[in-house]
Design a protein around this ligand. Structure first.
Ligand SMILES: [Mg+2]
Length: 186
């Protein structure tokens, strides 16, 4: 786990937001590899925020994810996904089945891109679909290898710790970092 610095003093209201936030899925929004840990069909678990697979394996989003998605929507920030999963159908069925305030998580996303190999390709497609510039996107992902999008395209990369996924502390740190980057003119 990374050494967590205190982010409680960061006031999000005083900061500028990117035009889009892009999320990886496995170990960024939920704690599993959906192509290996889950056996379809996927059905609702004991609450709207849970799914259960054929074997009874129960999966939820990481704790802070629902509130962060709602927050981004309130801020009119586009919500995008870039996933290398080998089973987009399973991922989509999780996103359709888990509901936040009665609405499928899938509806929160403006665009999703799939496919094996470097995520540079995912981002090029997201840019085409949404018209959001790469330097107005920030990206959360638990795998360092996907930082190639920062080097190649200029998307700001934020490494996620798989033990807690995207959480408020990491989110605040990322928005603050984005503002520092804006100030530095990069
Ligand atoms: Mg991942």
């Amino acid at each position: 786990m990374r050494n967590a610095t205190d982010t409680s003093s960061i006031d999000l209201e005083s900061l500028e937001y990117p035009d889009a936030v892009v999320f990886d899925l496995d170990y960024t929004l939920w704690p599993c590899w959906c192509d290996t840990h889950l056996s379809p069909p996927i059905k609702r678990g004991t609450s709207d925020l849970q799914v259960e697979d054929r074997s009874g394996y129960v999966l939820s989003l990481y704790r802070d994810v629902p509130e962060i998605l709602k927050h981004l929507r309130e801020k009119n920030v586009k919500i995008l996904a870039a996933s290398r999963t080998a089973t987009p159908d399973v991922a989509k069925s999780i996103l359709k089945t888990i509901k936040i305030d009665g609405e499928p998580v899938l509806n929160y996303f403006d665009a999703l891109e799939w496919g094996q190999g470097t995520k540079i390709n995912h981002f090029k497609k997201l840019n085409k679909k949404t018209k959001v510039d790469f330097n107005k996107m920030i990206f959360f992902d638990d795998e360092r290898r996907n930082k190639d999008v920062e080097r190649s395209l200029g998307v700001m990369f934020n490494l996620v710790d798989e033990s807690y996924g995207v959480n408020w502390s990491e989110f605040k740190r990322a928005i603050k970092g984005y503002n520092e980057r804006l100030k530095s003119g990069l």
